[in-house]
Ligand binder design. Structure first.
Ligand SMILES: Nc1nc2c(ncn2[C@@H]2O[C@H](COP(=O)(O)OP(=O)(O)OP(=O)(O)O)[C@@H](O)[C@H]2O)c(=O)[nH]1
Ligand SMILES: [Mg+2]
Ligand SMILES: [Zn+2]
Length: 319
């Protein structure tokens, strides 16, 4: 195994030179867990932690290592253990506002292409796709829209036309990941050992697609709810896989209430958390009072959104 297949380029090697002199080894974060990271290196996979000194030096949470980061690691006592001493400069970074918090959260780093996956079933929602597009455009990665579950779509052509008009210049592909249809069109995006991340709501078929690209059941998948096509949040952590034919692919947990992090955000009353949740409401003009399928009130019920914030939002007249 060599880091080259993970996209370790000459430019990255140069950025690493100073750490090399310090006796550190290069690696790429492939998995992020509650207690540790999985880091791929030229000598196999290591289980790594960030020392307190490294965590304290970070001004923002998004500066800490995340999946896709190239890092400098120091082997630690114990078989296969290491510490992450530094994060190398990122060529791109997908960052969102952590739900309910004012802190930026890194979703994936050094991604070349982001597949924004949507279902062509009851999941389809243009406003939500536009939020994902903003996230990807701010990241430096190239956005590509993948409209999945073609077999369940009565009006795929209409939706593709709507997407093409709403996102000029962004490629739109139609796939049926369960049966494997249309995936061949996506393979060239891996050329040159590029890194692809899949983002989208829960249940759109991200993990199903990953399994198809890998040719094995690497990720668990689960049926969506029958009445509204919503997923069950099956994937719970971000994980990168190598594709046999070249390139790397990152699976991510389905996002709800996606908020885009912008360092230049105005400090005007910020209800972006509620506006993000509202894109998941069943009705586009939902007043978040007693409408069925209201994602905002569901978030309050689930303890994810403070009821006081919803009152303040309603009182502000924004909705
Ligand atoms: N009919 C149909 N079902 C599909 C297709 N692709 C995926 N599915 C199904 O959709 C369900 C959800 O798929 P997953 O791959 O688990 O979705 P996910 O996006 O990874 O969801 P999270 O991990 O919760 O974010 C599964 O039952 C899949 O079999 C498709 O093209 N057509
Ligand atoms: Mg999944
Ligand atoms: Zn609502």
């Amino acid at each position: 195994m060599s880091l080259a297949v993970y996209g370790w380029t000459e430019e990255r090697r140069r950025a690493f030179a100073a750490f090399q002199a310090d006796g550190l080894a290069p690696g790429r974060v492939v998995g992020e867990h509650r207690t540790h990271y999985q880091v791929a290196t030229d000598n196999g996979e290591l289980s790594a932690v960030t020392p307190g000194r490294v965590r304290n030096a970070a001004h923002l949470r998004s500066e800490l290592p995340g999946v896709g980061d190239f890092v400098a690691v120091r082997p630690a006592p114990g078989e296969g253990n290491a510490t992450i001493e530094a994060v190398l400069p990122r060529s791109s970074a997908l960052i969102r506002k952590a739900s309910g918090k004012e802190t930026p959260q890194l979703l994936a780093a050094n991604v070349d292409v982001a597949f924004i996956v949507t279902g062509l079933d009851g999941d389809y929602n243009l406003a939500r796709i536009q939020r994902f597009l903003t996230l990807v455009r701010e990241s430096g990665a190239r956005p590509v829209i993948v409209a999945n579950k073609a077999d369940l779509a009565g009006n795929a052509a209409d939706i593709v036309a709507e997407l093409t008009a709403a996102a000029p210049g962004v490629a739109v592909h139609v796939t049926g990941a369960r049966a494997g249809s249309g995936l061949g069109e996506l393979v060239p995006y891996f050329d040159g050992n590029r890194t692809i991340v899949l983002i989208g709501s829960s249940g759109v078929g991200k993990s199903t697609m990953i399994n198809q690209f890998l040719g094995r059941a690497a990720q668990e998948t689960q049926e969506v709810r029958g009445h509204d096509s919503r997923g069950r949040h099956t994937t719970t952590h971000r994980q990168m896989f190598l594709r046999a034919g070249g390139g790397a692919i990152i699976d991510t947990p389905g996002m709800r209430g996606l908020e885009v992090w912008s360092a230049s955000e105005a400090s005007a009353p910020d209800f972006s958390d509620i506006e993000a949740l509202a894109t998941d409401c069943k009705f586009r003009n939902c007043g978040h009072k007693s409408e069925p399928g209201c994602a905002v009130r569901m978030a309050v019920a689930a303890g994810e959104l403070d009821a006081g914030r919803l009152s303040a939002y309603s009182a502000s007249g924004r909705r």
